[in-house]
Design a binder for this molecule. Structure first.
Ligand code: FPP
Length: 261
C-alpha cells in the first residue's frame, strides 16, 4: 500500500470509504497573494490561478460524493483591501461564474451563495443571479460561495430577524433555542438539507478560522495545509477527506460512549 504522499489519484479514490465521505466540506481558500508574490507576479494573478483551483476542487468534490462545498471567496473584511484588488476580485468572480455556468449545469452542480448579496456590485449580482437561476434544477453537488460573508455578520443578521419577531409578538424569547436560532442563519437557506460542515479545510498554513461560519463549525474537523490555494490539488483534497475518515468525532461524548451507541 503506498503512503498517502506517494498515492496516485486512483489509489486515493480506492482508499476513500464512500460511506464516510463528509456531506459538507467548507474551505478557507488562502494563499493566492503569497503564491503570486513568490513568483514575482501581481496578487491578482494569484486570484486568477485560484479560480482554476475552484474548478478542479469542485470537480473532485462532486466525484467523491460530497453533497455541499462551501468556499470562502470574499469575506466582509476583504472589502477593506485596496479598491483595485476588490474591483479585480469582484470582476473575476462574476466572469468566472458566467463562464463556468454551462459546465456546472452539465455536471449537475447547483450554485448558491451565503453572505450580504445586496453589498455585491451590480455586475457581479447579475452574473451570480444568472447562475443561481440556471442551476436551480441541478440535484448534484451544491457549490455554495461565501461572498461578503463573515460568521459574526451571519449571527447578527439572525439575531436581528429573531428580535423583530419577538417585537411583533410572533415569537417569544422562550421559544429561542439552538435549533430555532440556526433556522435564521444564512446556511438555513441551503438546499439538500445541508448539515453543518463536517470538515473545514484551510490552505496557506494559518491556523485560524478568520470569522468563517462561526456557529456552523462547532463540531467540524479542521484540516490545515501549508499549500497555497493555487497549488491545492485534487489529490490534496482527497487526502484531507481520507484524514477526516480517520478522525473520531465524539461530539462531546467519550470514546466508550460512542462504542456502546
Ligand atoms: C485569499 O488569498 C483568497 C481570497 C481573498 C479570494 C479567493 C477568491 C478566489 C480564489 C476566486 C474565487 C472564484 C470563484 C469563482 C468562487 P489571499 O489574497 O488572502 O492570499 P494571501 O494570504 O497569500 O495574501
Amino acid at each position: 500500500m503506498p503512503t498517502m504522499e506517494q498515492a496516485t489519484m486512483e489509489d486515493l479514490l480506492k482508499m476513500l470509504d464512500p460511506a464516510k465521505v463528509p456531506a459538507h466540506v467548507a474551505i478557507i481558500m488562502d494563499g493566492n497573494g503569497r503564491w503570486a508574490k513568490a513568483r514575482g507576479l501581481d496578487r491578482s494573478e494569484g486570484h486568477v490561478e485560484g479560480v482554476s483551483t475552484v474548478r478542479r476542487i469542485t470537480e473532485i468534490a462532486s466525484e467523491a460524493g460530497v453533497k455541499c462545498l462551501t468556499l470562502y471567496a470574499f469575506s466582509t473584511e476583504n472589502w477593506h483591501r485596496p479598491q483595485a484588488e476588490v474591483d479585480a476580485l469582484m470582476h473575476l468572480i462574476g466572469i468566472a461564474i458566467e463562464r463556468e455556468t454551462p459546465d456546472l449545469i452539465k455536471n449537475n452542480v447547483r450554485l448558491t451563495m451565503i453572505g450580504d448579496f445586496a453589498r455585491m456590485p451590480q455586475e457581479a449580482r447579475r452574473r451570480l443571479e444568472g447562475c443561481f437561476n440556471a442551476t436551480a434544477h441541478c440535484t448534484g453537488l451544491v457549490l455554495n460561495l461565501a461572498l461578503s460573508y463573515s460568521g459574526r455578520w451571519d449571527i447578527v443578521a439572525a439575531a436581528r430577524q429573531i428580535a423583530a419577531r419577538c417585537a411583533d409578538g410572533s415569537m417569544a424569547a422562550g421559544d429561542i433555542d439552538e435549533q430555532t436560532f440556526a433556522r435564521y442563519l444564512s446556511t438555513a437557506s441551503l438546499p439538500c438539507d445541508c448539515p453543518d460542515p463536517d470538515l473545514l479545510i484551510r490552505t496557506g498554513g494559518d491556523k485560524r478560522v478568520s470569522n468563517f461560519l462561526l456557529w456552523q463549525i462547532a463540531y467540524a474537523e479542521i484540516d490545515v495545509t501549508d499549500k497555497y490555494w493555487p497549488d491545492f490539488s485534487k489529490e490534496d483534497f482527497l487526502r484531507a477527506l481520507i484524514r477526516f475518515q480517520g478522525r473520531e468525532r465524539r461530539f462531546g461524548l467519550t470514546s466508550e460512549q460512542l462504542l456502546s451507541n
